[in-house]
Design a protein around this ligand. Sequence first.
Ligand code: ADP
Ligand code: F6P
Length: 493
Amino acid sequence: MRDSSLVVVANRLPIDDSIAPDGACEWRRSPGGLVSALHPLLRHTPATWVGWAGSVGPVPTLPDVDGVRMRPVPLTPEDLRDSYEGFANATLWPLYHDAVEQPQHHRRWWEAYQRVNRRFAETVAEVAEPGAVVWVQDYHLHLVPALLRELRPDLRIGFFLHVPFPPPELFMQLPRRAELLRGMLGADLVGFQRAQAAHNFAQLVAKVLDLPATDRRIGIDGRVVRIGAFPVSIDTAEMAALAARPDVAARASRLRQDLGRPEHVILSVDRMDYTKGIEQRLKAYRELLVSGHVKVRDTVLVQVAVPSRERVGQYQELRERVEREVGRINGEFGRVGEPAIHYLTQPFDRAELAALYRVADVMAVTPLRDGMNLVAKEYVAARVDDTGALLLSEFAGAAAELPQAYLVNPHDLEGLKEGLLAALHAAPTDVRERMRAMRAHLHEHDIRAWVRAYLNALDRTDVLVDRLTSADASAPPAQRDRSAAAAEGRTGA
Ligand code: ADP
Ligand code: F6P
């Protein structure tokens, strides 16, 4: 059956596992950049989303959500363990993030990864209309573009990598490096967060596959594959509107009161992941408490760390270490009713997140390596009064777009401490100037500019692009022109 002209393919479906008695199904908005990025675009666009429903065994029948058709791909317990938890999250994920944890290699994981990628490709081949645009997302699905091209040569196929793409010396460690590159080259357009990643990819293709490759184009089997950088973004206007809501402002005031009306609130919001630099940040914070540069009476740290990939050993060990350290710091420096760190592991709804962003005088986003980091962008969008200091790692993709942030190297403990103190004690005029510049950038470079740039580069300058970016239609003509030009200017392909 052919049923849609746009098919998004991602590891996860974006909807909640639980379905109400009336059959209604809520968008999940699970903690994670991919769903956060695509959700605001697709919720009112006729499209199909192919992905894993979040549980093993037979797939549930899912209702459409806001016009988006959900097509679950079944995974067995072995698929989950060996493909998602194994090859995707214990081989590729650490390798792609500077090998900050040791990547693990098992032949069984590679077999499962191939099997699961094939199942995804077959599902897409089944549901895509003739000539449809298929947009494959992220490192779980590197093989899908080539498998799909074999099954359905009529499709227009895009691939976008949300995470960093490593330099050749790291990627070369992968036993199946050639197959992974060939898999991606099944696409018509391969998009990355940063130009450096596209450059790494081109170098690898030339070296491993001996194909003609520049940072913009690669020739394979008589076709041209375009490559380029398309930094992903957020729905800036949506977050700003949420943060400006009176109930969110009231919630933020209440939060400050509940935190003991400190002079400074520092906030971090991460998935519990070793790439996010949580341990390094806690270490820096503890040293500032020890030296007396930071005092619990006037400063609090709120660390939100929602558990992630909980069955993967490296993630379990990280959580244990983080919780031990938070306990140690609170034991040493907290007082009754005044913990040094407020540690929260719950998922929050968007309004609560916006209130947290509003209450944070300093937002500490210090990953060791991150493809983009949408939390940093959400914080900026939420600071509607141009206050608030963003402490940002040089190793987050967002740093290239937000150079006005207080930039730090999270591997440099002294530098991290200095950066945190600089952000805490910055002059209000400096903070305001920086925040204003960052907000202006995100106003133009929002999620619609991203999708427009990507799909235009995929040669779809028609109805689909207009539909997905239709919120622009309410903007004044001059602004529409500027954002279209900005989007085209950023197209690396
Ligand atoms: P990653 O994709 O690696 O998780 P990003 O910072 O790019 O990192 O994206 C994380 C997304 O998840 C953001 O949109 C953020 O708002 C959301 N998120 C993070 N923690 C929570 C939480 N505790 N509750 C709800 N959403 C969260
Ligand atoms: O950004 C990388 C990523 O893997 C996304 O694909 C996803 O949104 C997020 O991290 C959360 O990961 P997971 O789906 O493994 O919980």
